[in-house]
Design a protein around this ligand. Structure first.
Ligand code: HEM
Length: 453
């Protein structure tokens, strides 16, 4: 079994901080009216904001969490801790290049448009390094636990998303390449989005939540055939709908491809429903009587996922998906994925703080508990405000009233700032001083890697 230092991802706090800055930046752009819904979906500033959220915030957040939790899931160390820092640098610089490229496209600055594929290539390099770091311990772990298999599947979809994005970037910036992939650029963006939001983020978030929810609620971790069904249906659902969808870009009349795509959609719906039912089972079978704030607040994210599923089904059946897709994407990005990220950070940050700052003091006097590093009463209103803001923004997007949408994002941006402040306080041990002293725990606890409950 690796030592605690092997299981602690040294760069995760910095990755989380950078991810939060990107999220706040993206929200600021929306609040300032510089993106959709004020501007066109294809406007450079909209694309900048979308990628600040998808790459700068959510992908970095996932990497930060995976660098920390894959060694815990597998009991094997990461390939190399320094790779995590290299990933952060490559993704941030790549994203900066993409931002310049998107803005250059809009302003006709032809010399700078090459920054788009160049930035995308840096992001690809960062993603490949991250995959090496994460996949190595996963492949050395036998048998691989369910969360690990979700993560492997998610990473495969991430690679597909990035490669599609790079193809678009080349098509937009290298004229000689454009005719080759013109149909893909015209009809394939939806599958870039589906592979990213569904295959990468949602499958990985489900996998990580299958580790975190039981771990922090003391619920049974073994999900049996039910969890296996969620995994298999999720992979085949997103796999079929993305691949059949991409092929249908070239053969739009092929009935078989349409049928396969619908089969994929059906599998996704069943997988997400089965997952949400499993989450309820997890909450019901937990041993910890009191649900901590992060897991209470996560209900907002699960509710967003359920709402997105119902809305998506209605839109697909009524053939109105294309018209309302941006509003649906907003709900998924802000409600489900960012909601889950922000709520889980509220546990992960004090958890990491505790291991980094206090675990070595065990047995040498009073040590605060993980829960002593946060003030739940003070923080809970921020979560309520965040999800209310998301609900308002989603409503504004669906009824197509830009100022309602922007007001909603303004509210959730304020709440994100409030939450960031609370993470900072947890990290700095601000509330630890008020902690009631606890009985010293003997050092052997360290070798099991468990923090004080
Ligand atoms: C996790 C990874 C990614 C996700 C989830 C993602 C998501 C998205 C989304 C949601 C859109 C639609 C935006 C809109 O319609 O306003 C989009 C468009 C686009 N993405 Fe990405 N993206 C990712 C990575 C990348 C990368 C690495 C590149 C490479 C440069 C890229 C290039 C593009 C381009 C060029 C478009 C616009 C295509 C067009 O003109 O319609 N994406 N992406």
């Amino acid at each position: 079994m690796p030592a605690v230092s092997d299981r602690l991802s040294r760069w995760t706090p910095l990755i989380f901080a950078c991810a939060l800055v990107n999220f706040l930046l993206a929200q600021t752009l929306i609040v300032a009216g510089m993106t959709w819904p004020e501007m066109a979906l294809t406007a450079g500033s909209t694309l900048v904001t979308v990628h600040l959220i998808t790459l700068g915030w959510l992908t970095l957040l996932m990497f930060g969490a995976l660098f920390q939790f894959v060694p815990v899931i597998t009991t094997k160390p990461l390939l190399n801790q320094w790779l995590s820092l290299a990933v952060l640098i490559l993704v941030e610089f790549g994203l900066a290049g993409m931002i310049v490229g998107f803005l250059a496209l809009n302003h006709g600055a032809s010399g700078l448009v090459y920054c788009l594929p160049f930035g995308g290539t840096l992001v690809l390099a960062g993603v490949l390094l991250a995959m090496g770091n994460i996949v190595t311990p996963l492949l050395h772990s036998r048998p691989l636990a369910l969360p690990g298999r979700f993560v492997l599947a998610g990473l495969a979809f991430l690679l597909a998303t990035i490669l599609l994005g790079l193809t678009f970037a080349l098509a937009l910036s290298v004229p000689a390449f454009t005719p080759l992939v013109a149909p893909l650029l015209a009809g394939g963006v939806g599958y870039h989005v589906l592979a990213g939001l569904g295959g990468w983020f949602t499958l990985t978030a489900i996998g990580v939540s299958y580790k975190l929810l039981p771990m922090f609620m003391l619920a049974p971790e073994e999900r049996g055939w039910w969890g296996e069904c969620v995994l298999q249906l999720g992979i085949s659902g997103f796999g079929l709908s993305v691949s059949a969808g991409l092929l249908s870009v070239w053969w739009p009349q092929a009935v078989l491809l349409n049928a396969v795509q619908y089969l994929g959609w059906l599998a996704i719906v069943v997988a997400v429903m089965a997952y949400l039912i499993d989450v309820l089972r997890l909450y019901r079978t937990r041993k910890r009587a009191r649900i901590e704030l992060h897991n209470r607040a996560t209900f907002g994210a699960f509710l967003s996922l359920a709402a997105a599923l119902v809305i998506a089904v209605i839109l697909v059946v009524s053939h109105r998906l294309a018209a309302y897709a941006p509003a649906l994407v907003l709900l998924v990005l802000f409600g489900w994925l960012s909601g889950l990220g922000l709520t889980q950070l509220y546990k992960i940050v004090p958890f990491l703080t505790w291991i980094m700052r206090y675990s070595h003091q065990l047995g040498r006097g009073a040590v605060p508990r993980v829960q002593d590093l946060v003030d739940e009463a003070r923080t809970s209103p921020w979560f309520v405000i965040y999800f209310l803001g998301v609900a308002l923004a989603t409503l504004g997007a669906f009824i197509n009233v830009a100022y309602v949408c922007r007001t909603g994002v303004t509210v959730s941006a304020g709440a994100t700032l409030g939450l960031a402040f609370e993470y900072w306080r947890a990290w700095r041990g601000y509330y630890a001083g008020r902690a009631r002293p606890v009985a010293p725990i003997p050092p052997p606890c360290l070798s099991r890697g468990g923090p004080a409950p």
